[in-house]
Design a protein around this ligand. Structure first.
Ligand code: SAM
Length: 462
């Protein structure tokens, strides 16, 4: 069906690009689109039985270019399964799983995902770095950034900061800071036509040009933020050369300190997936620091005087002490990576840091942050309410009380709808609710009942 809705200009450009191969390419538009999910290694290692159950339940088959990626059939609905709410997997188009595999992020690195919503590549990076290092996940559009932040929490990611900035604002703050950068650029989406009819309606030669111009603007900021020796993955889900090879040629001509290591195209008539392009660029080890008059390195002092800063730090520290007091009673073996506590209003976060980024007040000032790392707790007068994000980052044996509900049960559905559950009469206080051992959220127990603290905005309709 899609084939007959395609713009003439697109058909002509693909015929020019592919020549005789275009026959096979056009035939692929008669095939159904592919569906995929990617397992979250932050969860799978502690839940091998649930993984097996998932694979059997949805009859998953592996994606060859991503060892955590699987296909599922169109009639299945993995987004509705309790394991999805538990962050065991992320639903992602199979070809889109290629970019982070090529980027190859490593634990301990400082990484930027510059155009990150809704969070496919961010969660893939987090699943590879396993809580070690620092991940900045940025999305320019505030509403999409909110969805990104929700996905970061659902996947139990502890070391990601979610921002909503323009690329040039980030580049001013973080020149030569990142070991690896993922730039999954906004594009004309030609590779998604089987999946997304909206992309067909939006397509025009002028739109392709506009996308290429915007990509050029964004990629320059990405290069500024790349450390000497660092790796940049540039990806799109479009076919035309202007947004892919020609853009890479332009980058290489403009930045002699960059070299091209790999380009990959995934084609729907060759692979089982939609269209995708990935290029891997590396910056020379001896590349000099970016010369850019807009850059205000994060060294100058904040507007508050030293006394003001110290008093803010002491407020942060005493909030952390209050939280630690709660931890000493309700959690065990609870450790946080490198970072510092930050209190925003009544919300306490653990702001992760790395060798390259230690979040000076100057670096934070004016930066639009949706999640300043791991949300630990909501602090009310003399009361600590543990955050949903914290629940998602824990293992049940780290909590004083947990209540497990089978993933096939009515009880799990009731919890996800926000209903009260029954628990043994001796349960009292904050209780981690899990399904087959995977955290779903908090409940608060008293008198044999578990008051539901699954966030209202995430609840399934009754
Ligand atoms: N990486 C995401 C994932 O894997 O889930 C998908 C990203 S999508 C291809 C591109 C993103 O770029 C969109 O979320 C869009 O809002 C964002 N974007 C649009 N214009 C932008 C700009 N000028 N600068 C940076 N990002 C932009």
């Amino acid at each position: 069906m899609v084939k007959h809705q395609l713009p003439v200009g697109f058909v002509t450009s693909m015929n020019d690009l592919l020549g005789d191969e275009s026959y096979d390419f056009w035939d692929s538009y008669d095939d159904p689109r592919t569906h995929g999910l990617r397992l979250n290694r932050l969860k799978t290692m502690e839940a091998p039985e649930s993984v097996q159950r998932l694979i059997e339940h949805f009859q998953l088959s592996p994606v060859s270019w991503c060892d955590t990626g699987y296909y599922y059939d169109e009639d299945k609905r993995p987004g509705k399964h309790p394991y999805h709410a538990a962050g065991l997997y992320y639903i992602q188009e199979p070809s889109a799983m290629s970019a982070v595999e090529w980027l190859d992020p490593r634990p301990g690195e400082t990484i930027l995902d510059l155009a990150a919503a809704p969070g496919g590549k961010t969660s893939h990076i987090a699943s590879k770095i396993l809580g070690k290092g620092l991940l900045v996940a940025n999305e320019i559009h505030p509403e999409r950034a909110r969805i990104l932040a929700e996905n970061v929490e659902r996947m139990g990611i502890t070391n990601a900061i979610v921002t909503s900035s323009t690329p040039d604002d980030l580049a001013r703050r973080f020149p030569a800071c990142f070991d690896r950068i993922m730039l999954d650029a906004p594009c004309s989406g030609e590779g998604m036509f089987r999946k997304d009819g909206g992309a067909i309606a939006e397509w025009s030669p002028a739109h392709v040009e506009l996308c290429a111009a915007r990509q050029w603007d964004i990629v320059q900021e990405a290069v500024t933020m790349l450390k000497p020796g660092g790796t940049l993955a540039y990806s799109t889900c479009t076919f035309n050369r202007a947004e892919n090879e020609e853009l890479i040629e332009r980058i290489l001509a403009h930045y002699p300190e960059l070299s091209l290591h790999e380009t990959t195209r995934l084609w729907p008539h060759i692979e089982r997936g939609e269209g995708h392009f990935v290029a891997i660029l590396k910056k020379q080890e001896d590349a000099s620091a970016p010369i850019d008059s807009r850059i205000e390195p994060a060294v100058s002092q904040p507007s508050a005087g030293k006394a003001g800063r110290n008093s803010k730090q002491s407020v942060d520290r005493s909030a952390m002490a209050e939280f630690q007091e709660w931890v000493s009673q309700d959690l065990s073996d609870f450790e946080l990576g490198p970072g510092s506590p930050r209190l925003f209003g009544e919300e306490l976060y653990w702001l992760p840091s790395s060798d390259q980024i230690s979040w000076t007040d100057q670096a934070l000032k004016g930066l639009k942050i949706l999640r300043a790392g791991l949300h630990l707790a909501h602090l009310k007068k003399n009361r600590v309410e543990p955050a949903h994000a914290l629940a998602m980052a824990l293992h049940p044996n780290q909590t004083a009380r947990s209540w497990d509900v089978d993933s096939d049960s009515q009880e799990v559905l009731a919890y996800l709808r926000g209903e009260v559950l029954s628990v043994p009469a001796d349960y009292r206080g904050w209780t981690l609710v899990t399904t087959d051992g995977l955290p779903l959220g908090w409940g608060k127990a008293s008198n044999g009942q578990l008051k539901n603290h699954f966030p209202k905005g995430l609840r399934n309709p009754k």
